[in-house]
Design a protein around this ligand. Structure first.
Ligand code: NAD
Ligand code: 2HG
Length: 537
């Protein structure tokens, strides 16, 4: 008998498949403290949560035979994925079950903003009859800018079109073809700022989307723009939004998700032109039933038939073959994340080459991991090892894998090339026996870099004094350099420098670096999980 623990408020009818199954028992225990969950988790085989329960490393380490943590929803920000992977615990989610609910909530927020319904309700229910104070605006013939044209963004576009709105969509993966099919216009962020009467965001919270709507962006928007966030807190800089509301640059904001939750920014929460809801995007009877049903059915499949559909991670499993490949799998994901950052855009073509011993292996899992690394940079939690190749296909990105027994100077070597129109980015890596993972090629240059969380990539002219200048700028900002590698194609030509740093650095440092004579490009790179362990190949 498999025991399933449910620690958040999850729809009972959605859990029916588990309740009815003879091999499963379900125990619902809401409102437990992390300490209490830690105490009891050792008795369970699966854990189902929504967004309240923080599934910490501590809890996961106390689990003796937990095999699955299931998130009844999309975002897995509340689960320590790394700790789960290390412990061999599978993390799954329900990516599509609340799409309609979130799209409808966005429409409700947009209409509420346009007609000031919450404010009119408060006034009328307080005994007033003020028909002049709440004159609104129409959605008809207005322009809506949608940032993030994934599942929810696309459903919002469909609905807004029916209201007679013109839709501008921005998404690194949005092609002209898909935009035409949806009857919307593919736009840049600046084009949206310039033309949109309403702007709604539907991206995950990533390094790129954090603070996407900030003072600078708001300054470019139409005066009187109305802004909606039913995606993730932090995509809109709350302080900048309050400044925009105060100055009248922003006529209204409808916010469901906050930088910290429960929300505490009183200036925003009580602003007369803001409408706020407590993260209700997915809170419909139907969505909660669907997400609970999706995870229940998947848990049954995992235990009964070992089939997995929506895995967020791929636990490190034992077995000789897996053991041998695991270091490359870890490095493969990092190569994907580095390459997509170097390319700066979404790729339209991907090439993966395996050389030497590695070419003799079944590389399916490794290829999927690398593609997951590439896609997760923009698609975040919606990408997993299982759906990575399908998503690539959906996004219209072609990919090709080649294998060659030639050694390329290392017993095993893998190289990833991403293409976007005329640009390309190359990252090559290997595992050095006893020394662990190494990035040995970046673009056209040979390097020898141990992947670390914070890295700095500089392209410059091969002239004396560059290293010293970079060192002093970083030193002046109290940034310690872990390692430094230089690479050049030929003496006196073009060269690169790759540094690993002890902490994240801000744009102010980049601004100083780009002013250096002979510097051609500078880019900070970040690996979410830091360096991979040292393995003996
Ligand atoms: N408020 C809620 O209760 C609620 C409910 C469901 C989902 N969500 C959130 O809504 C968001 C969207 O969910 P979804 O299911 O549509 O996800 P999705 O993965 O289908 O779509 C996300 C889209 O964002 C795009 N994107 C990534 N980085 C971008 C960038 N820098 N600029 C523009 N676009 C970018 C991706 O290419 C992708 O197409 C997620 O953050 C999810 O967690 C919130
Ligand atoms: O469970 C919830 O209500 C949050 C849902 C939403 O934020 C998600 O990411 O799926």
């Amino acid at each position: 008998m498999y025991k399933v623990l449910v620690t958040d408020s999850i729809s009972d009818s959605g859990l029916k498949a588990l309740y009815d199954h003879p091999n499963f028992t379900v125990e619902k225990k809401s409102g437990l403290s992390p300490e209490e969950i830690k105490e009891i988790i050792k008795d369970y085989d699966a854990l189902i949560v929504r967004s309240q329960t923080q599934v910490t490393e501590d809890i996961l380490n106390s689990a003796d035979h937990l095999r699955v943590v299931a998130r009844a929803g999309v975002g897995v920000d509340n689960i320590d994925i790394n700790a789960a992977t290390k412990k061999g615990i599978l993390v799954i989610n329900a990516p599509g079950g609340n799409t309609i609910a979130a799209a409808e909530h966005t429409m409700a927020m947009m209409l509420s903003l346009a007609r000031r319904i919450p404010h009119a309700h408060m006034s009328t229910s307080a005994g007033n009859w003020d028909r002049n104070a709440f004159k609104g605006v129409e959605l008809y013939e207005k322009t809506l800018g949608i940032i993030g044209m994934g599942k929810i963004g696309a459903e919002v576009a469909k609905r807004a079109k029916k209201f007679g709105m013109t839709i501008l969509g921005y998404d690194p993966y949005l092609t002209e073809e898909r935009a035409n099919m949806m009857g919307i216009t593919k736009a840049t962020l600046d084009e949206i700022a310039e033309a949109a009467d309403f702007i709604t965001v539907h991206t995950p919270l990533t390094k790129d989307t954090k603070g996407l709507i900030n003072d600078d962006y708001l300054a470019k928007t139409k005066k009187g723009v109305r802004i909606i966030n039913c995606a993730r807190g932090g995509i809109i800089d709350e302080a900048a939004l309050v400044r925009g509301l105060n100055s009248g640059q922003v006529a209204g904001a409808a916010i469901d998700v906050f930088e910290t939750e429960p929300a505490s920014n009183q200036e925003l929460l009580s602003h007369p032109n803001a409408i706020v809801t407590p993260h209700l995007g997915a809170s419909t009877v139907e969505a909660q039933e669907k997400v609970a049903q999706e995870v229940s059915e998947e848990i049954i499949d995992i235990f009964e038939t070992e089939s997995i559909r929506h895995a967020i991670n791929m636990p490190q499993v034992s077995g000789e073959k897996q053991k041998k490949l695991q270091p490359f799998i870890d490095l493969g994901e990092q190569i994907g994340i580095l390459a997509i950052q170097l390319l700066k855009h979404a790729p339209d073509k991907i090439e993966i080459n395996y050389f030497g011993e590695l070419a003799k292996e079944d590389n399916d899992l490794l290829t999927r991991t690398m593609i997951k690394g590439i896609l997760s940079y923009h698609l975040s939690d919606s990408v997993n090892m299982v759906n990575a190749l399908h998503l690539l296909n959906d996004q219209g990105v072609s990919f090709n894998v080649t294998k060659s027994p030639a050694s390329k100077g290392f017993a095993s070597y893998m190289e990833l090339t991403l293409y976007n129109e005329n640009d390309k980015a190359i990252v090559g890596g290997t595992i050095l026996n006893g020394y662990g993972a190494r990035i040995v090629k970046m673009n056209e240059y040979r390097v020898d870099v141990r992947p670390e969380r914070y890295m700095l990539y500089i392209e410059h002219n091969d002239v004396p004094g560059m290293i010293g200048q970079v060192g002093s700028i970083l030193g002046n900002h109290q940034i310690n350099i872990g390692t430094m590698q230089v690479g050049r194609a030929e003496a006196g030509g073009e060269a690169i420098m790759v540094l690993t740093l002890d902490k994240q650095v801000g744009d102010d440092v980049a601004q100083e670096l780009v002013k250096m004579d002979g510097l051609r490009a500078v880019q900070f790179l970040e690996l979410p999980n830091g360096n991979v362990p040292v393995y003996n190949a």
